[in-house]
Design a protein around this ligand. Structure first.
Ligand SMILES: O=C(O)CCC(=O)C(=O)O
Length: 267
């Protein structure tokens, strides 16, 4: 599926943009599922069933991001296993790929972004194989808070880490002493996808537009690596999306629950 040039560019920069990844029917399906989630269709702590007189816009406007929505939404679970994701990742990571996390960003107008971080700080793999698949449901622009990346930092170790007071970002910690002068914005059309390595420094700014910045992000890694996460030696609430699982004899667990991302807002 990926060309030699795309594979080389991913290896060199740590990310790859595929501008026409989802078709418009898929984008519509994810938008409508995001609305159902925000109207309380599933049991997610912090999301109550909406009143009939509340508009979809009013319901969406309350939430920055829902973590692990695929654990309750069969539609979003289908997108975890999307054949195009499986194929691309089997070329980028390993023939054997597993998913451990999904995140549905709504990011309404005025909501904050995320400070610079490396995803492997949160989800450590044994072989540096953590990979984000960030799918733009709305067009992601500088104004509505697209991702910013620092190309090449996927080859760096983990940066040190600490709190910040920047109102641009939500409350999660920030990587320190980073080569910020090399940052670039990644504007992506609706339906486009960004694949990025778990060591790549990335961030996003506050939504300064009047439109949402809905994004579905799933995180994957090689199935060869154990996942020392959430106090376990090998976190087994995973979905194999490509190839086979060398650790299948350990079985699978049902641990993760959907939850809202903590928010520190500056309006
Ligand atoms: O979309 C964003 O604003 C941040 C996403 C992110 O940090 C991630 O996918 O790891």
């Amino acid at each position: 599926m990926l060309t030699k040039e795309q594979l080389q560019s991913y290896e060199h920069d740590g990310y790859l943009i595929l501008p026409k990844f989802l078709n418009q029917d898929e984008v519509r399906e994810i938008k409508s599922e995001a609305t159902r989630i925000c109207r309380g269709a599933y049991q997610i702590p912090g999301i109550s069933k909406s009143d009939d007189d509340e508009t979809d816009e009013q319901c969406l406007a309350k939430y920055l991001c829902i973590h692990m929505p695929h654990k309750v939404s069969p539609i979003l679970e289908k997108y975890v296993r999307h054949p195009k994701i499986a194929e691309a990742l089997s070329e980028l990571i390993s023939p054997n790929v597993k998913c451990m996390q999904s995140m549905l960003f709504i990011k309404p107008p005025s909501f904050p972004g995320q400070a610079y971080h490396q995803d492997e700080r949160y989800i450590p793999t044994e072989d540096r194989s953590l990979t984000g698949v960030w799918m733009a449901i709305d067009e992601a622009t500088i104004r509505n808070g697209c991702l910013w990346v620092i190309p090449g930092t996927h080859k760096d170790p983990l940066y040190s880490w600490g709190p910040h007071n920047n109102p641009e970002y939500d409350g999660a910690d920030e990587a320190q002493d980073i080569p910020r002068s090399k940052e670039i914005p990644v504007e992506i059309p609706s339906g486009g996808a960004l694949f990025f390595n778990g060591f790549l420094l990335h961030s996003s700014l506050k939504n300064r537009s009047s439109i949402y910045r809905r994004v579905l992000v799933n995180h994957y890694m090689s199935a060869e690596s154990c996942l020392p996460w959430q106090g376990r030696e090998d976190f087994r609430d995973v979905i194999i999306v490509s190839g086979t699982d060398p650790h299948s004899d350990k079985g699978y667990e049902d641990i993760s629950r959907p939850h809202l991302r903590a928010l520190r807002r500056d309006k």
